[in-house]
Design a protein around this ligand. Structure first.
Ligand code: NAG
Ligand code: NAG
Ligand code: NAG
Length: 264
């Protein structure tokens, strides 16, 4: 009894999570950080105006009644996201991000492609390296095939705004919950990214070199870069909904083991 008690205290004290959102515990979405909404055909969201039925991100339930943040944006609306770790990331760190999410009807490559971004906020490099790491939907071979991809840009000096390489893809279905574990090491000289999907470390394939790896090397920290979850991008066609059960960010794999279903 005593030993168990001490063990519980120790594990609690050693877990220095940078962020934890747990819909089942009733956490408000605001624990994720700063809400970012953007309007009709990229219109700026009016300052001080709250979310509304056109774009919102709020703790509710998924269509089966399971507690989740319900993320929504109407057709034409460009953004419904939370910006996490605002001004809290640095070079020479390793960030472990666990993301338990399901995608609702409407989510596709045309209407809301980007569901996770590691976004560059450094004005000096953003023009050539806008989103160093992302999870995004890609066009499938039929209209009802939904392909999610993990992509990253290893070289911030490559002179193209969107020159990320697609390193991994997976066919997913609407209404199924998936667990992502994204690892980003922000060293300029020995940085890397890794991806866990439903608890398994993924093999990534570089389209430019053909390299197969579970650790893709590069510089993923072109100055201030921070993670975002939600729904971003796309144009007219569909309203989009996603359901986020948990997001956790820590500094060890153990920090995300539960949410990303990784055995450590
Ligand atoms: C989330 O909260 C629920 C209810 O308190 C709890 O059972 C569950 O273990 C929590 N999940 C995580 C990953 O902390
Ligand atoms: C929500 O606010 C946006 C931005 O002001 C506006 O364009 C949109 O029409 C509003 N939607 C509703 C349902 O009120
Ligand atoms: C980042 O990765 C390098 C190896 O590529 C490693 O030496 C370094 O310790 C890592 N940094 C952190 C903070 O984990």
């Amino acid at each position: 009894m005593q030993v168990l008690h001490l063990f519980a205290l120790f594990t609690f004290a050693s877990a220095k999570l940078l962020l934890s959102y747990n819909a089942s515990a009733g956490d408000p979405a605001s624990v994720l950080g700063q809400q970012n909404l953007q309007g009709w055909d990229r219109a700026t969201w009016p300052a001080g105006q709250k979310q509304n039925a056109s774009a919102f991100f709020t703790t509710a339930t998924d269509p089966n009644g399971v507690p989740a943040a319900h993320v929504h944006k109407d057709a034409h609306f460009i953004r419904s996201e939370y910006h996490m770790l605002v001004e809290k990331t640095a070079a020479d760190q390793t960030y472990y991000i666990g993301y338990h999410v399901s995608f609702g009807t409407g989510v596709d490559y045309e209407s809301c492609p980007i569901v996770f971004q590691w976004k560059n906020y450094n004005p000096d490099t953003v023009d050539t390296d806008d989103i160093p790491v992302l999870l995004a939907f890609q066009k499938g071979s039929t209209a009802d095939q939904y392909i999610i991809s993990f992509a990253a840009e290893a070289d911030p000096s490559a002179d193209d705004l969107l020159s990320q390489e697609t390193l991994w893809t997976k066919e997913v279905t609407h209404g199924t919950a998936y667990r992502f574990g994204i690892v980003i090491n922000t060293s300029a000289t020995s940085g890397f990214v890794q991806l866990y999907f439903n608890g398994k470390l993924s093999t990534m394939i570089s389209p430019s070199t053909g390299e197969h790896t579970t650790k893709y090397s590069g510089n993923f920290f072109p100055g201030r870069s921070e993670p975002k979850v939600g729904l971003y991008g796309g144009q007219a066609t569909n309203a989009c909904d996603s359901y986020i059960y948990n997001v956790v960010i820590g500094t060890t794999l153990a920090d995300i083991a539960d949410v990303a279903d990784i055995s450590t």
